[in-house]
Design a protein around this ligand. Sequence first.
Ligand code: AMP
Ligand code: GLY
Length: 424
Amino acid sequence: MKILILGSGGREHSFAWKVAQSKKCTKLFVAPGNAGTAQIAENVDLKLSDFESIRNFVLEQEIEMLIVGPEDPLVQGITDFFAEDPELKSVKVIGPSKRGALLEGSKERAKEFMAMHNIPTAAYESFTVESLEAGKKFLETLTPPYVLKADGLAAGKGVLILDSLDEAKAELESMLSDKKFGAASAKVVIEEFLDGIELSVFVLTDGKNYKILPTAKDYKRIGEGDTGLNTGGMGAISPVPFADKDLMEKIEERIVKPTVKGLQKEAIDYKGFIFIGLIKVGEEPFVIEYNVRMGDPETEVVLPRIKSDLVELLEKVSEVKLNEASLEIDEQAATTVMLVSGGYPEAYEKGKEITGFDAVQDSIVFHAGTKIEEEKIVTSGGRVIAITSFGTDYKEALKKSYQNAEKLHFDKMYYRKDLGFDLS
Ligand code: AMP
Ligand code: GLY
């Protein structure tokens, strides 16, 4: 089978690495890809928002499966675009329809979905510029901290957590009246603050059947001890040590099953991944968000722990026969440490040569923001390389990731050295 993966980060390199191992894959393309995907697949220079060019390429190359990495093309409706085109509709697209993608594309829609299907989440109300004063009054009824969420996609920056009521009111005004996050904050969801520890659960579904993939915990803040600005993710650990049998049963019964049933009840075409962001409050799980794709860097620890052939699983998804597939998980723990450009998530320089790849031992090097320039591998983004390792537990795996992090070099390279600090 000829397969095309859309995206260019560590997530997509991990997908390419796993798909390339499948005996079912005869030719693999990644668009636009990075220097890492170029080593195991053919990179294609396509814009993810340009569905016509993707269409032409898929037809020319007779691509049979399309795996969509990031959320943007899904929210823009790439799955529907394929389904509605007589020449493209036989392509197996992994990623939900536009209606499914709205679970990530609109926070308000996600909250309504959860309310409708009795899925535990924080209490909320949503406001627009017309109801700004009501929003301020609503804030007065809550206890701090205050959680404000831009309704639409805001590249991971749309959530504000504020300690003072005055600040919360001022931010609400700036989101609604001054469009702090552009169109994404034309509507704002204000919700109850949940105090607990976060984890993520990943589900593969064909819209009817599902498989729960390995759990993961991401480290989002730039600074050690979870301080400083939010990033796309500075590293991840799988499995989550505190996600024991009891908690996983609650998550499956109260969250995963009603989510998949909800999709079915609402006749939403959903063939792909659901990434459920959760907070464990006391012993109880609550949903903080849905994403309609895999996480990055969570994919870099989740996929390496899947022993089964991924392409076979995805074929079953496409046929709505996921119940017939088996999912085998590696018992070992996996960790990934993200090497980032100095300055990230604010301004940083690009084009720095990366060296030391040959010295890495016993880890997998996933490229995130890299490209080839004059036959050298150079940095091309904030998050540059994810180093994934295995161990009997996360501590052993982390040790290997850190040992290998020291072997890779680029100017102003930075990484967090305290992953897992909150777990023991
Ligand atoms: P999101 O973009 O929805 O994942 O939110 C970003 C981050 O804000 C999450 O990873 C949590 O750390 C935090 N967060 C979101 N909603 C809540 C909430 N209701 N209570 C506490 N923290 C939250
Ligand atoms: N690592 C968080 C995300 O992919 O959204």
